[in-house]
Design a protein around this ligand. Structure first.
Ligand code: GLC
Length: 580
């Protein structure tokens, strides 16, 4: 029965609330804005939305620093607005997935304030990872871990009841661990109170009708006991930016597993959560119905795929993001390999494979694919950096998306990719807001380039993002021509391509099909058949080679990511979908 559950083949669209649609004109997107624009997503043809965090937060990491897990930040609206958003989405046939951030809270969470007040040895401190310092006066951090955003992963607090967390090591108190910003203290997941609290948070939102959760840093909650030193940098978001591609070694391939990532203990947390979610699943008259499953999706930057599969065993999460696919170089062999490995990893545990090319943490694929093949994925692009080739990037991005959406499994889209938006790569550094930029000592530009507010109307102030000219990050001038209103109904536009891809994908149930490789093509071509249960066959050809390739005889073109040659062949960096 589970074969038909919606999440096995769903297309899920990520909304980054501060940048999608601004209802009140303050320059920051909000829930009212989102609700008003939801019909756009129904018309686009996606199944669900995932909303990045909108909870009360000092916004030290754009909302991934949560001060209260059961409310809405006034910046984004109210709980009533969240209810309206949910109800409207459901009326439109869209499911809604929230972002749950369980690895750490904000330093303004009431538990963390209480921990600072209560002092060493208190039950309040035991909900986080406080430790005494090393060295003569405890003035050295408890271990040598570095924060993912750069700088030390420990901050020292004052010795007595003050809520003033301070990076000043002369303040005499204990240290607390934060794998991310100093304003994001890590929870202690060995503490039963932390576990009970998050189970309650899940129920709070499930009771309001949400359809699932994207679990932030799902591989980080449990740390190896002892918190031993770790000499390697803490790259969460994939590649070591300094390492040449050939020398990149994913954490899981190194001699010792990093003590903060992918520990065995995380899995029992997700088993408990799965039981809670399952208890909310409606059962129809015929027994189980997969149409309304509530789901969990893991953000787990682990490798190889076999390790990722452990998060989606049938009593754990439903899906995990496929970051290997996102990070694959634009080479046919690499693409074939990652597709094969990903499908096999999912199959090994009976889970669907997922596919993703962009999100709010990475350079958008329309820009990434415009860098020379072999370039290590940059952590942001700014003034003075090598700039992507925009035309090449968009052409490849369209081909890559057409390939992705033809694959069996579930796919994630990031807001604005349907417009072919590039990253903002020439943003002045002084407007950047990602803590990565200052914490890395101004070495890594960070993620702002992918987070620029959406252009809806090319000739309006803020390109129609909201009713005022304000936008929390500046929009590049190139966004005017890419605005929704310029692309809707325009033949050949990227938006129309996405709409067509999603419509045909649905019609032909490509997400629920199975893949077999087509023989007879050159090394530079990715070619396969996606076969549906009723044996209808869809053929897919992506040409990454220099020469155009012929389509198989007896086939008809359903759609293509760009124009074919006058004699009907598939040119370089183009994907075509065909039927027999
Ligand atoms: C995840 C989020 C990222 C955030 C980090 C810390 O990787 O996607 O945006 O900064 O977790 O919460």
């Amino acid at each position: 029965m589970t074969g038909s559950a919606w999440w096995r083949h769903a297309v899920i669209y990520q909304i980054y609330p501060r940048s999608w649609a601004d209802g009140d004109g303050d320059g920051i997107g909000d829930l009212l804005g989102i609700t008003a624009r939801l019909p756009y997503l129904r018309d686009l043809g996606v199944d669900a939305v995932w909303l990045s965090p909108f909870y009360p937060s000092p916004q030290a990491d754009a909302g991934y620093d949560v001060a209260d897990y059961r409310d809405v930040d006034p910046l984004f609206g109210t709980l009533a607005d969240a209810d309206t958003l949910l109800a409207t989405a459901h009326e439109l046939g869209l499911k809604v997935i929230l972002d749950l951030v369980p690895n750490h809270s904000s330093d303004e969470h009431e538990w963390f304030r209480a921990a600072l007040d209560a002092g060493p040895g208190s039950p309040e401190r035991a909900r986080y990872l406080f430790r005494d310092g090393r060295g003569h006066a405890g003035d050295l951090p408890p271990n040598n871990w570095k924060s993912v955003f750069g700088g030390p992963a420990w901050t020292r607090v004052r010795s007595t009841g003050s809520t003033d967390g301070s990076t000043d090591s002369s303040t005499g108190g204990q240290w607390y661990l934060h794998l991310f910003d100093a304003r994001q203290p890590d929870f202690n997941w060995d503490n039963p109170q932390v576990r009970a609290e998050f189970e309650d948070v899940l129920r709070f939102w499930l009771d309001r009708g949400v359809d699932g959760f994207r679990v932030d840093v799902a591989h980080g909650l449990v740390k190896e006991s002892g918190l031993a030193d770790w000499d390697e940098p803490l790259y969460l978001l994939g590649d070591d930016p300094g390492a040449p591609p050939a020398e990149k070694v994913p954490h899981a391939h190194r001699s010792r597993r990093a003590p903060m990532w992918d520990q065995k203990g995380v899995h029992e947390i997700y088993r408990a959560w799965r039981r809670i979610l399952s208890s909310y699943n409606p059962v129809d008259a015929d027994g189980y119905s997969g149409d309304n499953d509530r789901i969990l999706v893991a953000e787990a930057w682990v490798a190889p795929q076999a390790r990722v599969a452990r998060y989606v065993r049938d009593d754990e999460m439903h899906q995990a993001f496929n970051f290997d696919f996102l990070q694959t170089q634009w080479r046919a062999g690499d693409l074939r390999d990652v597709i094969t490995t990903s499908l096999a990893a999912g199959d090994s545990v009976g889970a669907p494979t997922t596919w993703v090319l962009s999100n709010h943490d990475v350079v958008r694929h329309a820009s990434r694919l415009g860098l020379p093949v072999g370039t290590t994925r940059p952590h942001g692009i700014g003034i003075g950096d090598p700039q992507p080739d925009a035309v090449l990037g968009l052409r490849r991005a369209r081909a890559a998306t057409a390939l992705m959406l033809s694959l069996p499994g579930s796919a994630y889209l990031y807001q604005g990719e349907e417009l072919g938006l590039p990253d903002s790569t020439d943003m002045p550094d002084d407007v950047r807001q990602d803590p990565t930029w200052p914490r890395s000592g101004h070495v890594e530009r960070g993620r702002d380039g992918a987070r620029v507010p959406m252009p809806w109307q090319g000739d309006q102030p803020s390109y129609g993002f909201g009713p005022s000219e304000k936008t929390w990050l500046p929009q590049p001038a190139s966004y005017a021509a890419l605005a929704v209103d310029r692309q809707l109904g325009a033949p050949g536009s990227t938006l129309e391509l996405y709409r067509a891809l999603l419509a045909v994908r649905r019609e032909r149930a490509l997400g629920a099909g199975s893949l077999s490789w087509l023989a007879g093509y050159s090394e530079d071509v990715v070619a396969f058949v996606n076969t549906k249960a009723n044996s209808e066959r869809s053929l897919v050809v992506t040409n990454l080679g220099a020469e155009p390739v012929a389509v198989p005889t007896g086939t008809t073109v359903l759609l293509s990511s760009g124009p074919l040659t006058p004699d009907g062949r598939v040119p370089t960096d183009t994907t075509v979908w065909l039927t027999e």
